[in-house]
Design a protein around this ligand. Structure first.
Ligand code: FAD
Length: 390
């Protein structure tokens, strides 16, 4: 038995685990982070250059939480001295009266966040790169932008270490024993004890907490990168983040050109939606030709200057049935906390989730409204597990 008892063990050093470790270590906790792969690996959900950060959501509680999330990211920039968050503004394109646009506008209004409706003429005046939007309505929101995803993860981890956290890579946890006085986590040949254990294991959460039968589905996702000839027209200072709700219920999004073309950078475009269900341990990482053709066809209509996709990247979503997160204590042990099921839209919240998990671990509560994320939420996303704690 390893005699050292940590205040908190964090399982998983992705977006959520790295932020959680930072907030805990900053507040003086003795933290151990355990990661099954190497630091900065590309097998989970937080790798790659960029992720969208936005206020607009059809569910108002996300918009409200984003106020603190933005502040946390700015705080991380100021502490680290790095530029991590770039504001571009966003255009949300949709058919007139589309339900997502209406709901997002209502959430913004309720939170006091400014936005504007544009028509196709206004869009063409401001961003002529977009084509064929006659008859559509466009929601402009000036605070949207993107985060440097991989850089955010490494920054949180580095700062956590500066505050005394220990990060052990290539350490795969096979079991969490929460029935002992102090929870014990085990690898194949070692074990560690922590007064609290936080599971931020992304796509592997369902496997690690198999006893809970959490309703998590892991899907393969692909993003396409475009490298326009006139790349200046698509840089963050001249081109916004965009989203489009299509009449067939698709949600397409794009992020301006970022990073060098020589090292695989470009303008990122993808479809947010349920992909092929896979196992995170044996994910199929081959590019899907039909998907690329689908995104290329969209680009040809909407942004023809981009040409065709130059390369793709595979990433995993861990989805709940309602696409809302799981942030809660283990139903049978209040010393084990869970942050999972970020359903393809969690990255923008990492800095805030880290703070929330730190508060939950240290104080047993948080001032943030996390009731939409309870395991036993109203619509019974769990398989009927009785809750033993409030
Ligand atoms: C293609 C794509 C685009 C996205 N775009 C956006 C966006 O624009 N905006 C946005 O807000 N969000 C976006 N997201 C979602 C966001 O990236 C994720 O919600 C977020 O990264 C999830 O972070 P995580 O820490 O839960 O998972 P991960 O980053 O995968 O971290 C989990 C970590 O736990 C480790 N681990 C798992 N099991 C074990 C174990 N047993 N022992 C030790 N370590 C373990 C894993 O190796 C991994 O490092 C996107 C996701 C994808 C895939």
């Amino acid at each position: 038995m390893n005699s050292h008892i940590y205040d908190v063990i964090v399982i998983g050093a992705g977006g959520m685990g790295s932020a959680t470790a930072y907030h805990l270590a900053k507040s003086g906790a003795n933290v151990l982070v355990l990661e099954q792969f190497q630091r900065g690996h590309t097998f989970g959900s937080s790798h790659g250059a960029t992720r969208i950060i936005r206020f607009f959501y059809d569910k108002p509680f996300y918009t409200e939480l984003m106020k603190t999330a933005y502040a946390e990211w700015r705080d991380l920039e100021s502490v680290s001295g790095k530029s991590l968050l770039f504001i571009t503004g966003s255009v949300g394109i949709g058919a007139k009266g589309n339900p997502y646009g209406r709901a997002a506008r209502q959430s913004l209004d309720a939170a006091g966040v400014e936005s504007e409706w544009w028509d196709a003429t206004q869009l063409a005046e401001r961003f002529p790169q977009f084509r064929s939007t006659d008859g559509m309505e466009i929601l402009w929101q000036k605070d949207t932008g993107f985060l440097r995803a991989a850089e955010c993860v490494s920054t949180h981890l580095q700062l956590a270490e500066q505050h005394g956290a220990t990060v052990r890579a290539e350490t795969s946890i096979t079991n969490i024993d929460w029935q002992t006085d102090i929870p014990t986590v085990r690898t194949e040949n070692s074990q560690f004890q922590g007064r609290k254990v936080i599971v931020t294991a992304g796509a592997w959460t369902g496997k690690l907490l198999a006893e809970l039968n959490l309703p998590l589905t892991v899907t393969k996702q692909q993003v396409c990168y475009y490298q326009p000839t006139d790349s200046k027209r698509f840089q963050p200072d001249r081109f916004p983040v965009f989203t489009e709700s299509t009449p067939d219920g698709e949600f397409i999004y794009g992020i301006p050109v970022f990073g060098s073309f020589n090292t695989g950078g470009g303008l990122k475009i993808a479809r947010h939606g349920r992909g092929q269900i896979i196992s995170p341990d044996t994910p199929d990482r081959t590019p899907d030709a039909d998907y690329i053709a689908h995104i290329d066809a969209y680009v040809q209509k909407r942004l023809p200057e981009l040409g065709t996709a130059k390369h793709t990247e595979v990433c995993l979503y861990t989805e709940t049935p309602d696409e809302d997160f799981i942030i809660d204590t283990h139903p049978h042990c209040s010393d084990v906390l869970i942050a999972a099921g970020f359903s393809g839209h969690g990255f923008k919240f990492c800095a805030l989730v880290g703070r929330i998990m730190s508060e939950l671990a240290r104080n047993g509560e948080t001032d943030f409204d996390i009731h939409p994320f309870r395991i036993d939420r109203e619509h019974k996303i769990s398989s009927g597990i009785p809750r033993l704690q409030a």
